[in-house]
Write a protein that binds this ligand. Structure first.
Ligand SMILES: [Zn+2]
Length: 228
C-alpha cells in the first residue's frame, strides 16, 4: 500500500470540476445556470453537489455570482482534463478514430483508466501538447499553456486569422468543420459578416471558395489574429 492515500473521486465529481474549469477559464465565476447547461442537468439538482464540493475544499461558492475552483479544485480539474485530452489524442493517432468520434469515448474512459495507463499513452505519443481539437494538454505537473480565447466572432472583415482550437463535443459540427477544411492550424481571411443573421463568410488561405460559418458555429471556433 502507498503511504499517501489517494482520494478516489466519483465520475460526477470529476465532471463537475472539469465543467467549472472550462466555464471559468475566461475569468470570473461560473453561474449555476451555465454549469447546469454544461453538465446537462437541471439547475435545481446541482445545489447539493456544489455544497459537497465546497465541503471537500474544491470550490468556493460566491453568493449571487456562482462558483469557482479553489487551488485544489484546479489541480483535480487539470488532472482530469489531461486524461481526457491524452485519451482523445491516443484514440485518434493510435486507434484511427476520427476527430468527431474521440470526445464521447474519452468522456467514458477518463473516469476509468489509471494514471499509469495515461502516462504510458503520453509516452507513446511523445508527450503531445495539444489534443485533436487544438486544446492544450496539461502537463503531468499540472501546467497548461494559456488557452486561445478569441473566437471567430471577435474577428472582423479583412482579418487574417489562424484557427487554434474548436469545441470538441458535437460530432456533426466537427464533421462540417473537417469537410470545410476548418481545422486547427488553418488560416483564413474573413470576407464579410451579415449584420442581420451574423453569418460569417471566409476563405481558407490557398482556396478561392467562400465558406459560410453560422453565428453559432463561429462561437465554437477559437482563433488568433495573424499580423500581416
Ligand atoms: Zn473532448
Amino acid at each position: 500500500m502507498d503511504d499517501i492515500v489517494k482520494i478516489q473521486l466519483s465520475p460526477s465529481v470529476e465532471d463537475y470540476l472539469k465543467g467549472i474549469y472550462t466555464l471559468t477559464e475566461r475569468g470570473g465565476p461560473a453561474s449555476t445556470s451555465a454549469l447546469a447547461q454544461t453538465l446537462g442537468v437541471q439547475p435545481a439538482s446541482i445545489t447539493g453537489m456544489i455544497k459537497r464540493l465546497a465541503s471537500l475544499g474544491y470550490v468556493e461558492h460566491l453568493p449571487y455570482k456562482g462558483v469557482q475552483l479553489t487551488e485544489n479544485g484546479s489541480i483535480e480539474a487539470l488532472r482530469i482534463l489531461r486524461r481526457h485530452r491524452i485519451l482523445e489524442t491516443y484514440l485518434q493517432q493510435q486507434l484511427d478514430y476520427t476527430w468527431s468520434e474521440v470526445h464521447q469515448e474519452a468522456e467514458l474512459l477518463e473516469h476509468a483508466v489509471s494514471e499509469k495507463l495515461i502516462s504510458r499513452m503520453a509516452n507513446v505519443l511523445n508527450d503531445p501538447t495539444h489534443d485533436p481539437h487544438g486544446a492544450p494538454i496539461p502537463t503531468e505537473s499540472g501546467d497548461i499553456p494559456e488557452a486561445h480565447l478569441l473566437t471567430l466572432l471577435d474577428a472582423r472583415p479583412n482579418d487574417l486569422v489562424q484557427i487554434e482550437a474548436v469545441q470538441d463535443e458535437d460530432p456533426i459540427k466537427l464533421q462540417y468543420l473537417e469537410e470545410s477544411g476548418l481545422t486547427p492550424g488553418t488560416r483564413a481571411t474573413i470576407v464579410k459578416r451579415n449584420s442581420f443573421d451574423g453569418l460569417t463568410s471566409l476563405t481558407v488561405v490557398g482556396s478561392s471558395q467562400l465558406t459560410p460559418v453560422s453565428h453559432e458555429l463561429a462561437r465554437d471556433i477559437f482563433v488568433s489574429k495573424v499580423q500581416d
